[in-house]
Every structure is written in C-alpha cells, then in structure tokens.
Design a protein around this ligand. Structure first.
Ligand SMILES: Cc1cc2nc3c(=O)[nH]c(=O)nc-3n(C[C@H](O)[C@H](O)[C@H](O)COP(=O)(O)OP(=O)(O)OC[C@H]3O[C@@H](n4cnc5c(N)ncnc54)[C@H](O)[C@@H]3O)c2cc1C
Length: 373
C-alpha cells in the first residue's frame, strides 16, 4: 500500500482540479426521463472531449489505464468540484457494462459499443433482478430459447434503473432449458428498442420514476450478442458485479464527506449542543469510511468480502447523515427539495447493490468465519 502521493500525483490532481473547475455544469442534474438522459450524456461527452471519461479503462479502449491511487485523486477532486453524481444514467455503461465487455466481450462487441459508451452516445441499464430473484439472483427464470442464430426471450425483470431511457441492457437470462441455479445462464446485450419489450416505470417514495419493470414477449436477440460463452453467464455476471462494487463505489463514498461538510456549514452548530456532538460524530464516521475505502483499494490481496464491509458501513452511514439533515434543518430542509429528495432516496441504500442483511451474511461467513446460513 502506498502511503504518500508523489509530485506526479499532485500534478495530476491539479490538472483534474483545473479542468473540473472550468467544466462542471452549474445547473443541477435532472433526476429522471429524457432531461436526465440529455444532461448526463452531455456531461459525459464533455468529460470525453477533455480526456477524462473512463480514465480507469485500458488505453487501447480509449481510457488512460490509471491505477486506483490516481482514480482516488480524480474522485476526490470530482466531489470537491461538486460535479454531477456518478450514480446517474451513464453509471452502468461506464462502470460495469463497458468494463465487462472489455473483460469478456468479442472484438466486434467491443469495437461497436465501447466508443459509443465512452463518448456519451449510449445509455445502458442492468437487467438482472426479477420478482423473487433479487438477493437470490441464481433463481432467475427469464428464458432465452435458441432459434437458429437468435435467442427468443420471454419473462420479466424488475427494479431496472433507467430502463425507460436506455439504449442497451446487460441482460441475464436462462438459456439452457431445465438448468438450475447458476448453471445454464447467459449474459446478453439487449437492444432496448427491440420489438416485444415493454418498460413500465415504477415511482419511488421520493416521487421519482428512475427504475422500471421490463417485460419481454418473444424478444429476438442475435446469438452474436452473447457476452462470454453461451450458458456461462453466471461468471460474466460476477465480473459485472465486481466492477460495479469496485472503484465506482469510491466516488459515492467520497460524496458523503462533502454532504456532511455542507450540513455543518449550513447548521453552524454551537459547541456543547447535542447537534454539535451529532454532527461531529458523523464527520468522524465519514473520515472512518474514507479510511476504510482506501484500505480496501490498496490492500493486497483484495477480497470481495472487504467490499461488503465498506458497502454496509457506507449504506448505513448515508442513511444516518440524511436523517440528521432532516432533524437539524427541520422545516428549512423542505425549502430546498434536494435535501428532502436525497433523504427519501437514502432508504434504498440498504437494498440496492446487495441488501444489508446479505452483506451481513457475507461478513459473518467470510470474515468472521461463522457457520454458513
Ligand atoms: C434504487 C435501486 C436500484 C436498483 N437498480 C437495479 C438495476 O438497475 N438492475 C437490477 O437488476 N436490479 C436493481 N435493483 C434491485 C436490487 O439489486 C435488489 O433490490 C436487491 O438485490 C434485493 O433484492 P429484492 O429487492 O428482490 O429483495 P429480496 O431479495 O426479496 O429481499 C427482501 C428482504 O429479505 C432479506 N433477505 C433475502 N435473503 C436473505 C437471506 N438469505 N438472509 C437474510 N436476509 C435475507 C433482504 O436483505 C431484504 O431485506 C435496484 C434496487 C434499488 C433499491
């Protein structure tokens, strides 16, 4: 683990800072629909023109192949500049669909999709979860039946973020008839404009419809869209989830440190008061989260269960910070709807990307060595 940043690192940090200060959009990102799509694609395309899109991707695919310590510097400057949240509608494409294609895709798939993703010309969504197959993903039952050089897909996905504005989907389906659990699945690229797809948005309690149910009724997908080997989708899906949970999570974790500093600046708590104590504790916890994030990134060998520790701590801390925001600001929090929106959205932190109970199971079994469930 490196403990110091070099002069070159600091020069990189300053280049990133200068570019961000000059280019971060002043207006707030819309939460949903075509305005969100336009805003995010414009921002990604401006990052691309500046040479800052997908900087962790290998250079041969248009990135800079930067190591984790440089990505830390980038994300630190990114959140400091209050750039748009990385968890927008370009997140899937940039942070896990693209990297999965790089790791497992064919040359044709890479040549077609990677330039579109990096330059802000396509949105992807993730079609993994189904009703009854969320935590237990291996029980999924949407099928793809081989018919000549196509798969014919039937079934349903749910909680698909940005399905209504996506061009493509990373779709996990059962292609080997009669197969069970992790066997017989395939990871395929689904064109969201294909006939037979119905997207039905779901409104959450913040009043925003950024995820949806997706129905597949005899949807034809060419076999050339299978990523990795046919019937070997589970291992491709694990690659996707590993990317999803890796460096991108770092940006979200660093965003929290800005959130608590903003709250402290706004609330101006007096020393000795309960609010002062509470916000001090939250600031300390945010620093602890940052330290955990760095430790996970730089420790070798890195294990998936380390990620669960950080993910769980992040999710619960985010909820505590958003709850404190509402308590401390009181009715004033309602004046700026962004505080209320973020508070209501924070309830999903302990569900999305692996529910808190599942993270606790992983920590119990793989880190603490407790008996399996
Ligand atoms: C904001 C948001 C965005 C999302 N975006 C996407 C997306 O783009 N694409 C996608 O595919 N999915 C997406 N999801 C779905 C997400 O992956 C699932 O919600 C998550 O995996 C949990 O699955 P579930 O909702 O089916 O809950 P379930 O798995 O049914 O779990 C219900 C409850 O039971 C608990 N539980 C389940 N199994 C166990 C166990 N073995 N031991 C102890 N407790 C258990 C869970 O922790 C949870 O509290 C999104 C979810 C959210 C909240």
């Amino acid at each position: 683990m490196r403990l110091n940043f070099t002069k070159d690192d600091e020069a990189f940090r300053h280049r990133a800072r200068d570019w961000l200060i000059a280019n971060v959009p002043r207006e707030r990102a819309p939460h949903e629909g075509m305005p969100a799509r336009r805003f995010s694609l414009d921002w990604l395309s401006s990052c691309h023109e500046g040479g800052w899109a997908g900087i962790g991707w290998p250079a041969e695919y248009g990135g800079q192949g930067l190591p984790p310590d440089r990505l830390v510097l980038w994300y630190e400057e990114y959140v400091r500049a209050r750039a748009p949240s990385i968890l927008d509608c370009t997140f899937v494409a940039l942070n896990h669909a693209g990297p999965t294609l790089i790791a497992c895709g064919t040359e044709e798939q890479k040549a077609f999709h990677l330039p579109l993703i990096l330059s802000g010309r396509s949105i992807w969504c993730q079609g993994f979860s189904e009703p009854g197959s969320g935590s237990d993903l291996a029980s999924l039952s949407t099928t793809g039946t081989i018919d000549g050089d196509h798969l014919v897909v039937n079934g349903q996905k749910i909680w698909t973020s940005f399905a209504d504005i996506a061009d493509y989907q990373e779709l996990l389906i059962r292609t080997d008839p009669g197969s069970k659990r992790h066997k017989g699945l395939s990871w395929v690229i689904c064109d969201m404009t294909s006939p037979g797809i119905t997207v039905r948005p779901i409104e959450n309690m913040a009043g925003v419809s950024h995820f949806a149910e997706v129905f597949y009724d005899d949807v034809c997908i060419p076999l050339s869209n299978v990523v990795g080997a046919l019937h070997d989708g589970w291992s491709v899906a694990m690659t996707t989830l590993a990317f999803e949970r890796k460096t991108a999570a770092m940006g979200l974790q660093l965003e929290l440190s800005i959130r608590i500093e903003d709250l402290i600046a706004l609330a101006e708590p007096l020393p000795g008061t309960a609010t002062y104590e509470r916000l001090s504790d939250l600031r300390a916890e945010t620093a602890a989260l940052r330290a955990m994030t760095y430790r996970t990134l730089f420790r070798e060998p890195r294990t998936a269960s380390d990620g669960s520790l950080v993910r769980l701590y992040f999710a619960e801390l985010a909820q505590r910070i958003h709850r404190a925001t509402m308590d401390v600001l009181g009715p004033a929090a309602l004046v700026d709807s962004a505080w209320t929106h973020d508070y209501l959205e924070s309830y999903s932190e302990t569900i999305a990307g692996g529910a808190a109970e599942i993270q606790r199971n992983i920590i119990a079994e793989r880190i603490l060595g407790l008996p399996r469930e």
